[in-house]
Design a protein around this ligand. Structure first.
Ligand code: FAD
Length: 433
């Protein structure tokens, strides 16, 4: 595409707000700018919003991908002030106030970077090439296919050692994603796989490892919740390796920094994320975790009219001197707050309000009937069935769209009753012949 080509969006007398990324933050901002005095442009490389907290259920064949994604065009039907373009933003020129995309360039008056985060391999190219990430619904689906493919191959693999490599799984990263994946995989091993693969000695041969570099799971949650999660996983038969750091994986052998090894062909990488800012933003703005340093108004350091929200933003405030956690609530609250500053204070020339994150707590589930919940104020931790019910309700309400809520609820109900959902399908997209 010729870089002088302009993206096809009608010119308007209104100031143009361009939001790059329709995740939790960008979407909230776009919604809250409804009927404001702006022309709003939402650019995302996908044509749908993804509900990342339930990716692991897609990977474990518990939910269909369509239940946890939502098309932008459906969400904004009838919004006359908003234009959606599906494109990857490749560069920003903050002097010319212009973005580059494969569809052409796009001018802005206010730019909001809401591009989220990507998997962090900490510079290890081998791990990046060979391990399986789970940062998009496509990657979750790929993971589902890989796991099921290997179980199918195991049926026709007579040698015990070769079979082990196919059925054993190593998950790296003991945060919420790793813990939830390990719990769900362990339940599948106990309740589903012996029925699907009666010819395999599932209980004896299938091993699940969860590797965590620190001395506790669920860093960022309370010690109570970390310990409880560890106990739940061990009860479910997961081998949890604390204080263990994976340094290499050649496709068959996982290597640790103390020279221990595990033989497997499948390593799931859930060990970290890094911000994905748009190229062209000032170097001085890039800070910890490849995030964009922003002030309390979400303005990106060294720029004018460029803001960052959500996982890609790094903001310090007295209650969070080392930045906010990279979770959905932060992104949603930043999106909502920036919308208020833009539509009320900017328009009236008033002083902007600084952002303050209101922490509503954190939670993680470890299989059916088990979860841990931390409430910050007043400080309170609980676990078990009640925590699991709270987890279910919170996630059900957070999913976009009534249809999706109903589908997810019915799926969960069905799985709860019979442990035997029928989504274990290996579907590979192919070009029509
Ligand atoms: C597996 C998993 C489980 C999680 N579980 C939880 C949980 O239980 N609770 C919780 O609070 N948080 C959870 N999180 C974190 C939470 O999902 C994030 O904090 C949240 O999504 C951040 O929102 P965001 O708007 O900053 O970015 P995102 O939601 O990541 O959205 C970014 C958007 O930007 C688009 N984009 C990126 N780059 C470009 C580009 N160059 N051009 C165009 N578009 C672009 C992407 O397509 C995407 O739509 C989880 C994350 C993962 C990966």
């Amino acid at each position: 595409m010729d870089p002088t080509t302009k993206i096809n969006i009608p010119e308007s007398a209104l100031e143009r707000v361009v939001i790059v990324g329709g995740g939790f933050g960008g979407l909230q901002l776009a919604r809250k700018l409804n009927k404001a005095n702006f022309q709003v442009v939402l650019i995302d490389k996908n044509n749908y919003h993804q509900f990342q907290p339930l990716f692991y259920q897609v990977a474990m064949s518990g939910l269909e991908p369509s239940s946890i994604v939502f098309p932008f065009r459906k969400l904004f039907q009838g919004r006359k002030d908003l234009y959606i373009r599906m494109a990857e933003v490749t560069h920003v020129d903050t002097t010319a106030k212009q973005l580059q995309t494969p569809l052409g360039h796009c001018n802005y008056d206010h730019l909001i970077v809401a591009t989220g985060a990507d998997t962090n391999y900490y510079g290890n190219e081998e791990l990046e090439r060979r391990t399986l990430p789970m940062k998009s619904v496509s990657e979750a689906l790929y993971l589902r296919n890989s796991i099921l493919d290997d179980y199918e191959d195991a049926l026709t693999t007579p040698a015990y050692d070769d079979r082990q490599e196919l059925v054993d799984i190593v998950i790296v990263g003991g945060g919420a994603t790793g813990v939830e994946l390990a719990g769900s995989l362990a339940e599948m091993k106990t309740h589903v796989l012996p029925k699907d693969y009666p010819e395999l000695a599932v209980q004896e041969e299938f091993d699940i490892y969860l590797v965590q570099s620190g001395d506790a799971l669920l860093k960022g949650m309370s010690a109570n919740s970390s310990e409880k999660a560890l106990r739940y996983l061990e009860d479910l038969g997961v081998t949890v390796l604390l204080n263990s750091r994976v340094t290499g994986f050649d496709g068959r052998i996982v290597t640790f920094d103390d020279d221990r090894t595990i033989a497997t062909q499948k390593v799931i990488w859930a060990a970290g994320i890094k911000g994905q800012p748009i190229p062209g933003l000032p170097e001085e703005a890039i800070t910890y975790g490849n995030r964009l340093a922003v002030d309390r108004h979400n303005r990106v350091k060294g720029t004018d009219c460029v803001y960052a929200i959500g996982d890609v933003a790094y903001m310090e405030e007295p209650d969070f001197p080392q930045g906010h956690p990279q979770v959905a609530q932060v992104a949603i609250q930043m999106g909502e707050h920036l919308a208020k500053n833009l539509r009320y204070r900017h328009e009236r020339g008033e002083e902007w309000e600084p952002f303050h994150y209101s922490d509503k707590g954190s939670m993680a589930t470890i299989g059916r009937g088990r979860a841990v919940v931390d409430i910050p104020k007043p400080e309170f931790h609980f676990a078990g069935v009640l925590a699991w019910l709270v987890w279910l309700i919170v996630h059900l309400f957070a999913i976009l769209g009534t249809r999706n809520k109903i589908f997810v609820f019915l799926n969960w109900l069905y799985n709860y009753i019979n442990y035997n959902q029928s989504l274990r399908l290996i579907i590979r997209p192919a070009k029509a012949r």
